[in-house]
Structure formats: C-alpha cells, structure tokens
Design a binder for this molecule. Structure first.
Ligand SMILES: [Zn+2]
Length: 447
C-alpha cells in the first residue's frame, strides 16, 4: 500500500519537470531583419535590426564584424530570464552605427555576423539559434570623378552637357543646382565607360548660379565636384495680353465645369491660368521623371515648317482685363503659327511619353528623346500617336489647333531637360548642338 503511494508520489514529482521541459522546448528560431539589407559599409554606416522571438523569448544577441581574422563587437546583449514567458523580452529594435575606421578596419571585404539565441531548451539547453554571416564591403572613401568637359558655356534658360568618368562603381550621380537634380546616365564613348548628364539653367535661376557634380557610391559616400562653367545672363521679353470678353467666355465654356464653382468668367480664367497651369506643370515633371536610358535623338531638332514665332520662351506675360493687370505668368515654350490644322512633325527621334489632354495645353504630345530630354507639342486639334509608340524625326504626329488655353490655331512647342523647361532655340540650332554636344562627345577620347 505504502509502496503504491510512493510510486505515485515519485511519478508526480517527475512529471512536473517533464511538463516544464516540454513547455520550454520549442523549435522556432528567432526572426531577424536587417535594414538596409546591407552589402556595403560606409564611413558611418547606420544599421537597424529588428529581432523577435514569439515563443520562449530572447536570450542573447551578438553583432560583430570581422576582417582578416580580427573580430570586433558592435553590439552584445543578454536578456534576463523569467519563469513566466510573458515577462521575458520578445522583441528588440536595434539602431546601430558602424564606423569601420574607428574599429581599425580597412576598406575591402569583411564579414558581418548577427547571432540571436532564444530561451528554448532545444540544442541541449543552448536555445534556438539564428545566425547571419554576411560578406560585406567596407568602403569609406567617396568615389573619385574626372570631368571630361572642361569648357561649359551656358545660357540662362539654356541647356548643358557634362561628361565624366567615375573611378569606382557608383550608385547615383548627376548635377545638383539648389533644389534641382539632373541625373547622369552611364554610357560608352571612345571605349571609355563614362556618364553623361544633360542639365538646365532655369530661366528664373538666381545669380550667382551654384552647381556641382555629385556622386554617391553604394556605401553612401558622396563626392561633390566643382566643374568650370560660365552662365550668360539673358533678358527675357515682357508681353501684354488683353483679355477680351469673347476669349473669357470661350475659357468659361471649356474649363467652367472643371473649376467646380459658379465663378465669373474672369475668376474661371484666373483659376485656369494659375492653379490648373501649376497642376499641369507638376504632371509634366512627373512624365519627365521616366526616361529612356540611351539617347534616341540625332542632330538638330526640327522647328515647325513655314511657321512664325508668335511668343517666345520665358516671355513674362501680364494679363489685362478692362485696362487693369489681373495676372502674370511666364510662357515656357515657343508659339509657332502657320495655317490652321498644319501637320506637326516629331522634332526628333523618340518615344511617345504622353498623348492626351493636358489642361491649359489642350491636346498634347510629349516625346522622350532619352537621357532626360523631352519635347512637347500643345494645343493640337488632332493626335496621331499613342503612348509608348516610337517616332522618327519628321514623322507627322498630329495637327495644330487651338485646344486648351489657346486664343487661335498654333503650336505650343516646349523642350524639357529632366522636367525643367529650357529654351528650344538652342536645340533647333545646328551650331549650338555642334559646339555643346557633338564636339564634347568627340573630345572624350582625348582625355
Ligand atoms: Zn504657348
């Protein structure tokens, strides 16, 4: 009798730790997420790690870096044990900074180790283990660039081209001018791997103009390089536009429903000329943000045949109504008039980036000529192409009209460099292209 009780007692005594062991035994590894998904380590490299363990909880974290047999701890942490699972640590977000130079490492290959263990009794009480051992490249030096275009004469409102060489792999480069950034594109010239960046000096740029060539490598190191340039100031024309009752009622008929308020014809005009204009320009900027990675164009751009310039690039227009100035806007293209419904040709080879209604510009076509260069055709009566279509220089893409905010039949022609409106006259000019593009491309082999 006594023996039976003893057996029962012993088995209960044994059962408790067995249940406890089984309860503490699980096979789910801690989860780990590195941000960024690191491959390069820059001079001061930020690294965030999200670590979690749903079941038995975190026990130990180790983050280290090693090179040529030398290992350095970046972060090491142990977490307290508690009998109750819910009182243990299940989630940690580490925000680390690695400074490889301060740790005594050199630029080159290294190994990043992240090790996390939990409180499971798995692996003979050592816990589930998540281990990341990753080859990384320590790169603390900014990329070196050589500018291959020593002469750069630019016009206010004009375009420019800089060609440069990078002496290491670069992630992003281009020209920075205040808030503007013009991206550079990789290409091959005279057997050399080079970068080309087309950029613009906006018509309203404030002098002195400050711009730099900048490049970032994959480790995030940035180089800022000066290059020689000279910008010629330009004085743009001032123009006066008298708003007739007749024109305002046309504008009301066309845009009245869009302005969404029963305003007077003048107020509708002011909304179209101001708010709608900026909306349309934001859309153009967006369209110009995706471009072909190779140049598609060849030679000077075509100016519409047998046409007369009715308004110029960057003309400052003051709008008068009943003798009083009511608005002021800048005209960002050239108006060309010929006979009504004249054929409009593609100014150069390209891909149709947009072919639709574009507010104040009416029926509009935008062509992508590659490397950030675009041409635009507004107020068309008819569009003959569709988005994505390839067009050849001289091909008829539409017909002139007076759609949008146009008083009469004409073509509004604009050119954009990475979304910035530039003076099209340069791109029509064989000599300008020769001096500013062709000669520069040809000279690359000499450096
Ligand atoms: Zn125009």
């Amino acid at each position: 009798m006594l023996r039976r009780y003893l057996y029962k007692f012993i088995s209960i005594i044994l059962l408790i730790p067995t249940i406890w062991v089984l309860f503490q035994l699980e096979f789910e590894k801690p989860s780990l997420k590195l941000m960024p998904d690191i491959k390069y380590i820059g001079k001061i490299q930020p690294l965030s790690i999200d670590i979690s363990d749903r079941k038995t909880g975190l026990r130990k974290i180790y983050v280290g870096i090693g090179q040529n047999g030398k290992d350095k701890i970046i972060h090491s942490q142990s977490f307290p044990y508690s009998l109750l699972r819910k009182d243990r640590v299940h989630q940690v977000n580490l925000n680390l900074e690695i400074e490889p130079r301060n740790l005594g490492f050199r630029d080159g290959e290294a190994t990043l180790t992240v090790s996390v263990k939990d409180y499971s009794l798995n692996r003979f009480f050592r816990g589930n283990h998540t281990l990341i051992k990753r080859k990384v490249i320590i790169d603390t030096l900014p990329p070196r660039l050589t500018v291959l275009t020593p002469l750069n004469y630019l016009n206010q409102g004009g375009s420019g081209l800089i060609i440069y060489e990078a002496h290491e792999e670069i992630a992003q480069s281009g020209i920075r001018m205040g808030d503007l950034f013009f991206p550079g594109f990789k290409g091959k010239l005279s057997q050399k791997e080079v970068y080309l960046v087309y950029f613009a000096v906006p018509y309203n740029a404030s002098f002195p103009i400050k711009m730099n060539l900048v490049a970032k490598d994959y480790a995030g190191n940035e180089t800022v390089v000066e290059f020689p340039y000279h910008v010629r100031k330009k004085i743009f024309k001032k123009d006066e536009i008298q708003l007739s009752q007749d024109f305002l009622s046309k504008v009301k008929t066309r845009f009245g429903s869009k302005s969404q308020s029963p305003d007077s014809p003048l107020e509708i005009f002011l909304w179209v000329n101001g708010r709608l204009r900026s909306q349309n320009h934001r859309r153009i900027l967006e369209i110009c943000s995706k471009t072909h990675q190779r140049p598609l164009w060849d030679g000077p751009f075509l100016r519409m045949k047998r046409s007369k310039s009715m308004a110029g690039y960057a003309d400052e227009r003051t709008y008068y109504y009943n003798g009083k100035p009511v608005d002021r806007q800048v005209h960002l293209g050239i108006d060309l008039a010929s006979t009504a419904h004249s054929p409009v040709e593609a100014a150069n080879n390209g891909i149709v980036a947009f072919a639709d209604d574009l507010g104040i510009y009416g029926n509009t076509i935008i062509l992508d000529h590659g490397l950030g260069l675009f041409s635009m055709y507004g107020h068309l009566s008819n569009i003959q192409v569709t988005t994505g279509q390839k067009v050849r220089k001289g091909e008829v893409i539409g017909y002139t009209g007076s759609t949008g905010l146009a008083g009469g039949d004409h073509l509004h022609f604009s050119m954009m460099v990475s979304g910035v409106f530039v003076n099209p006259i340069e791109w029509w000019d064989r000599h300008w292209i020769q001096d500013n593009v062709v000669t520069k491309l040809r000279n690359v082999g000499r450096y």
